[in-house]
Design a protein around this ligand. Structure first.
Ligand SMILES: C[S@@+](CC[C@H](N)C(=O)[O-])C[C@H]1O[C@@H](n2cnc3c(N)ncnc32)[C@H](O)[C@@H]1O
Length: 167
């Protein structure tokens, strides 16, 4: 990219961040560039939050597997398991159906695991995030997306085949 191309791109990114910041701002949390390289945006605390505090619900569009399979971008998918063995997907990709929780990043490396300060839990077929330790104002919220999130599609497929075989 040329110098002017770069500066145009940076200006667009800055504008996007300002708009998203406004759109998703809450009393307790704000959006900003993540502290994790290449992770995009992340969610930060405006004030100290004690351990075991509900952060917020992970909201999005409720879809079934058939609809999920049609969607290309599965970045913001969260599968919710029901007691009867069925499940649904929450897709937080569309801004109009989501809240700031869609921007909470996940721990991926051993180093990042040490920084995990939130966990997901399920109540009545809804997903919430809560803190697992005291979190300081200005700290980025980091959750564990679970063991399959970071798998490549072919690795996931392999795992699904193994599970169908009874492992
Ligand atoms: C639910 S979104 C989180 C919000 C995202 N950072 C954004 O700006 O929209 C999940 C995506 O964020 C990025 N991400 C989250 N945690 C990450 C990490 N530890 N390292 C690199 N990328 C990460 C990945 O692109 C992942 O697919």
């Amino acid at each position: 990219m040329s110098d002017s191309g770069h500066s145009k791109h940076n200006k667009t990114k800055r504008k996007e961040l300002q708009e998203l910041k406004k759109m998703f701002d809450t009393k307790k949390y704000y959006l900003d560039r993540s502290t994790i390289k290449q992770a995009g945006y992340g969610v930060f605390c405006k004030r100290d939050i004690p351990a075991k505090t509900r952060v917020d619900e992970y909201v999005g569009e409720i879809i079934d597997d058939e609809e999920g399979a049609k969607r290309q971008d599965k970045t913001y998918f969260f599968r919710v398991m029901h007691k009867d063995g069925t499940s649904h997907i929450i897709d937080a990709l569309p801004h109009e159906h989501s809240n700031i929780m869609k921007f909470v990043n996940g721990v991926k490396t051993a180093q990042q695991r040490k920084r995990q300060n939130c966990e997901a839990y399920q109540r009545n077929n809804k997903i919430y995030y809560r803190t697992i330790r005291d979190v300081k104002a200005g700290e980025e919220l980091l959750v564990d997306y679970g063991p399959t999130y970071w798998l490549k599609p072919e690795e996931l497929e392999q795992l699904q085949l193994l599970m169908m075989d009874g492992l």
